[in-house]
Structures are given as structure tokens and as C-alpha cells.
Design a protein around this ligand. Structure first.
Ligand code: GLA
Length: 397
């Protein structure tokens, strides 16, 4: 949780609505490995992080609902009847989507006032949209006593993304954001939608995210295209999802598909296996193997699945040149956003300086570097704890 964000939304809420709100914190996520495997019913290894969205929300007597997006300084007011996605609606579509999908689920959502603020860089592949969806579904579920389980809530969030943002995403982002466990990554089975938390000791290494700060156009349609290829080939293989496929199965239908599609499916099969190998390497404390798997994952994403871009490939190549980086790969849907790197702790600053300089020289724009903590999933912020912590820090005030 981020106390600064909580304060921001509390203050914002007080200024606009004058009642006492419920406060929710909903995190973004990273993914260690297992990219584009979730919608193939495969495995992924995400974790919630200490960056996210704080939402202040309360019931309203008026006949409309109001949302204030603090970072953008934008207000939006809507009537909950007959909700449709807006053209170029941006953040509004996630909120509308959650309300509409709750209604589709047979739930009655009353009117509400809300303020949200966040610190997840948008388009960085750290799931700011899942954090936003989850904050609203969680807040509304609590406020209106809708009785949804966390599993039901993430399905609502996912539907909002499909039907209101137009991205046919898998379940990884919403799951990690909702179910995150402090100091742990989650080995997620996207078929059963269950996970196992892993407390990973990276020893003298740590995770470093490098944001290319680019988001290439058409990334949404390219994402949906990838999903379509996977589903089409699953159909040819007569299986429910690529999780069930092996390379031998794929080779049997090689003549029936294009070379491009063959390589995409091969990527998915290999990546799914890499998630298993990654979890085995953690159990055996084999940190070097983790690094290798990250590089292999990137190679597949870039050359076979074709969801990388020049900026991301450049960042991974610079990581490869540095002996203190064990592994690096693009993270998330692709076509921009971050790389995730496993780097020696005491070399973090040096690599940050080096890669930033080279990135600027190559692309005439800046990349950004973050370190993240693995954190708890979406939750209600206990305001009392925040107050008493404050008193503990400043006992005389
Ligand atoms: C996006 C989607 C996820 C997942 C990743 C790629 O983040 O929202 O469901 O498919 O891309 O692993």
C-alpha cells in the first residue's frame, strides 16, 4: 500500500464530497515469466507490487455516480442505466465496464461518489488497468454488499477489459492484483485459477524494471490477433487450449499452418514449459538458471511471438552486455512498456546510469528505472492503522 496515495484520495474526496469514504488499495503487477500463456490456460508467475491505485468511494443519494481521476484532474458523471463503452473513453471505460459487468452478473449497483489516484506508469506493462478495475469491483462489492468472492470479482474485472476496453486479455493481471501475497510471487495455474505463493530468495541479485516509455500503436489489436491464432490452432489440434499441446503435436499439423503461426505456437508451448523450469530452479536455489530462462523467454517473445519492439530489444541487448545482469526480458503484453531484469544488487545504480545514457543516445528519449517490492493484493485500507502508525512516529503531536 502507498500511504501518500491514500492521503491524496482522502483529501480529494473530502474536497469534493464531504462524507467519509471507504478506502481501497489495489496494486499493479510484475510477471517473472510466463507471458501470453494465461489465455492459453497455461502457467504464469506474477506478483503484485507496491505501486497501485488508491480509491476513495462512498454511496450517494443522487441519481448519478461521480468519479474524479486525481492524476488527470478529470471528472466524470454517469447514470448507471444502459451503460455503453465510450469512444476514446480512456480510464472511464474501466469504471463503466466494471459497473456494467456487475449488472450483467445480476448485481444491483447503487450510485456512488469516488476519487482515485495511482502511481503505476500507464502503458508500462504493469497492469494499471487491472488495478483500476479491481479497485472499483472490490469497492462496489463492499459498499453495496454484493457478496462476490475474489474469484468472481476478477472475472468481472476481466470482462470489463474485454467488453469495454476491447482487449481480450487472460486472467493473470486481475488475479495477481487481487490475490498478491507480500514478499511472494505466485505460480499461477490459469486453468484452475489457483496459485502457489513462492518467497524467492534472489540472494545477491534483485529485480529491476526498465520502462521504455513507449506504447506502440495497435498493440491492442495485435494482442487480440495473437489470441486468435492460439485459439485457431487449438481448434486444429482438437484441444481446449494450448496448455495441452506439445511440440510433437504441433509438428503433426505443421503443413496445415503458416510458418509464422507455427513459430507463434511453438513460443507458447516453450514458454509454458519455461514457467515450470523456473519454479524448479527456484526450489533448487539455482539463480543462474532463472536468468537464462528470462533471456530465452525474451528471444521467443521477440523472434517467434513477435510482440517486442526495437526499444525493448535494445534494453535486453544492453543487459546481455553486462555481466552483472543474469537475465532480462520484456514484460507484459508487449509492443512497449518495461523489461524485467535480474541484476546484482550493488551494480543496480551503475547499470541504471549506463542503460539510461545509451537509451537516450539511441532513441532521443528517456527510459525510467524502478525497483519494486512484492506486495499484498487488493484490500481495504484500515484507516485506523494509518492514524495510529502516525501517532507512533510522532508521539508528541
Ligand atoms: C497483458 C494481458 C494479460 C497477459 C499479458 C501477457 O498484460 O492483460 O492477460 O496475457 O498481457 O502475458
Amino acid at each position: 500500500m502507498n500511504k501518500k496515495l491514500v492521503k491524496v484520495v482522502k483529501r480529494g474526496f473530502k474536497e469534493h464530497y464531504k462524507t467519509r469514504p471507504l478506502i481501497i488499495f489495489s496494486p499493479g503487477r510484475i510477471n517473472l515469466i510466463g507471458e501470453h500463456t494465461d489465455y492459453n490456460d497455461g502457467f504464469a508467475f506474477p506478483a503484485a507490487i507496491n505501486k497501485g491505485i488508491a480509491l476513495a468511494i462512498s454511496k450517494s443519494d443522487s441519481n448519478t455516480s461521480k468519479v474524479y481521476a486525481f492524476n488527470k484532474e478529470e471528472h466524470y458523471e454517469f447514470n448507471a442505466e444502459n451503460i455503453k463503452p465510450l469512444e476514446n473513453g480512456g480510464w472511464r471505460n474501466y469504471v463503466l465496464g466494471v459497473v456494467a459487468e456487475l449488472q450483467m452478473f445480476g448485481k444491483h449497483v447503487g450510485n456512488f461518489n469516488s476519487v482515485f489516484a495511482g502511481n503505476i506508469p500507464v502503458g508500462a506493462g504493469m497492469s494499471s488497468s487491472a488495478a483500476l478495475e479491481n479497485s472499483f469491483v472490490f469497492g462496489l462489492n463492499e459498499l453495496f454488499d454484493l457478496g462476490l468472492s475474489k474469484h468472481e470479482m476478477i472475472l468481472v474485472s476481466q470482462k470489463a477489459e474485454h467488453n469495454f476496453a476491447g482487449v481480450k486479455c487472460g486472467i493473470m493481471d486481475q488475479y495477481a492484483s487481487m490475490f498478491g501475497v507480500k514478499n511472494s510471487a505466485l505460480l499461477l495455474d490459469c486453468r484452475t485459477i489457483e496459485s502457489q505463493p513462492y518467497q524467492i530468495d534472489f540472494k545477491e541479485y534483485k529485480l529491476m524494471l526498465v520502462n521504455s516509455n513507449v506504447k506502440h500503436k495497435l498493440s491492442e489489436s495485435a494482442y487480440n490477433d495473437r489470441r486468435e491464432v492460439c485459439e485457431r490452432v487449438s481448434g486444429l489440434l482438437q484441444i481446449d487450449a494450448l496448455r495441452e499441446a506439445s511440440k510433437e503435436d504441433l509438428d503433426r499439423i505443421k503443413a496445415d499452418i503458416t510458418d509464422e503461426d507455427y513459430r507463434k505456437i511453438l513460443y507458447v508451448i516453450n514458454e509454458n514449459n519455461r514457467v515450470q523450469q523456473f519454479s524448479e530452479a527456484i526450489k533448487k536455489d539455482n539463480i543462474e538458471a532463472l536468468g537464462d530462462l528470462l533471456y530465452q523467454s525474451h528471444e521467443g517473445l521477440s523472434k517467434n511471438y513477435k510482440v517486442s519492439c526495437d526499444e525493448l530489444d535494445f534494453l535486453v541487448d544492453r543487459a546481455k552486455e553486462n555481466l552483472h545482469v543474469l537475465g532480462s526480458r520484456m514484460m507484459g503484453g508487449g509492443f512497449g512498456g518495461c523489461t524485467i531484469n535480474l541484476i546484482k544488487k550493488d551494480e543496480f545504480k551503475k547499470f541504471k546510469k549506463d542503460v539510461s545514457k545509451k537509451f537516450r543516445a539511441a532513441f532521443e528519449k528517456d527510459c525510467s528505472v524502478y525497483s519494486v517490492k512484492l506486495s499484498r493484493g487488493t484490500h481495504i485500507v484500515d484507516q485506523h492503522t494509518i492514524l495510529s502508525n502516525k501517532r507512533l512516529i510522532k508521539p508528541n503531536k
